[in-house]
Design a protein around this ligand. Structure first.
Ligand SMILES: Nc1ncnc2c1ncn2[C@@H]1O[C@H](COP(=O)(O)OP(=O)(O)OP(=O)(O)O)[C@@H](O)[C@H]1O
Ligand SMILES: O=P(O)(O)OC[C@H]1O[C@H](OP(=O)(O)OP(=O)(O)O)[C@H](O)[C@@H]1O
Ligand SMILES: [Mg+2]
Length: 285
């Protein structure tokens, strides 16, 4: 049975559960459930604190886990990212009160408050900046107002939390984060669970593709086919079928959802008709 760590709380928890559900796995019904066995798919889910997931996976007790890239890096655990999942996207940044410090080299001698001490201590050391780091569990934006630090380093998505605290960003992002699947570094490729891990990753990749592509069908006169196919090359190669009407063909191809309307306009201009898009529920490429 494959043993998988899933975030039990916070920003990662809901979207991770939805993605696993879309991939055909059973998910817990109540947020108090800590373990769920899905016998049909031969997997066991462990609902753990997001921050602890890299530690469990690196210990080898769990085969694979979903966590944030920032949490993985902060943990320093012996685990690596094997698949980015495209949700819980954020940047990790420094911020301070306007007019106090506007660049990293002004941090010398100051205190930086953060919940991500591992990332921040390493970043400051790499930049050769001699600043202190104070660890706080959350709501770090308030640390400056309360005089615990002069600088914070935290997750920024919309920037609302920083604005509300009267802070502004300092310097470039320390990193870009999103939810990722992680596995123990140096896991034996011959290990018995490897085939199950690969199957799990293919299912999630299928969800990612189904979320970002639609299937497009249209009819076009044969003489315009090459120009039409240039607009809809598909992932490998489009399917072309003859139509009963001489001189016309039907084309079927996958296109990115966010480009679909523009491509439909361009195909129509080219003379294509009966242009249809349909959603993809699941796939294996
Ligand atoms: N506002 C946000 N937008 C996107 N991702 C976020 C946001 N806040 C936290 N994350 C991501 O969530 C992960 C942290 O999860 P964690 O559960 O520790 O914190 P949280 O989502 O802030 O929840 P909590 O309210 O329990 O602090 C990190 O990968 C982080 O980048
Ligand atoms: O840029 P924004 O869209 O405002 O999002 C970023 C905020 O979201 C998270 O906080 P959360 O609400 O989880 O509280 P926490 O600080 O206690 O973790 C994060 O720690 C930031 O504070
Ligand atoms: Mg938080």
């Amino acid at each position: 049975m494959l043993r998988i760590a899933v975030p039990n709380k916070g920003s990662l928890s809901g979207p991770a559960g939805e993605m696993l559900h879309e991939a055909g796995y059973q998910q817990r019904k109540a947020s108090k459930e800590l373990v769920l066995v899905d016998p049909e798919n031969e997997v066991e889910f462990f609902y753990l604190r997001p921050r602890d997931i890299a530690i469990y996976v690196s210990s080898g007790k769990l085969d694979i886990g979903i966590t944030g890239r920032d949490l993985l890096l902060d943990s320093g655990a012996n685990a690596e990212e094997v698949l980015p999942l495209g949700f819980a996207r954020s940047t990790f940044r420094y911020a301070a009160k306007p007019g106090t410090v506007d660049a990293l080299d002004g941090f010398a001698g100051l205190t930086v408050a953060t919940s991500y001490e591992g990332i921040v201590a390493k970043h400051l050391a790499d930049q050769g900046i001699d600043a202190s780091v104070v660890h706080l569990d959350g709501a770090v934006e308030t640390a400056i107002e309360l005089g615990v630090a002069q600088v914070i380093a935290d997750v920024v998505e919309t920037g609302t939390s920083l604005r509300n605290a009267g802070l502004e960003i300092v310097g470039e992002p320390i990193l870009h984060s999103e939810a990722v699947v992680i596995r123990r570094t140096g896991a034996d490729p011959e290990a018995p669970e490897t085939a199950k891990v690969e199957q799990f990753l293919r299912r999630l990749q299928g969800v990612l593709v189904a979320r970002s592509y639609v299937m497009m069908d249209y009819d076009i006169r044969a003489e315009h086919l090459e120009r039409a196919v240039a607009l809809t090359p598909g992932l490998e190669s489009p399917t072309i079928s003859p139509l009963h009407d001489q001189g016309w063909v039907a084309v079927r191809s996958m296109v990115r959802t966010k480009e679909a309307q523009r491509i439909m306009d361009d195909l129509y201009e080219l003379g294509a008709r009966a242009i249809l898009t349909t959603g993809i529920h699941a796939c294996r490429l």
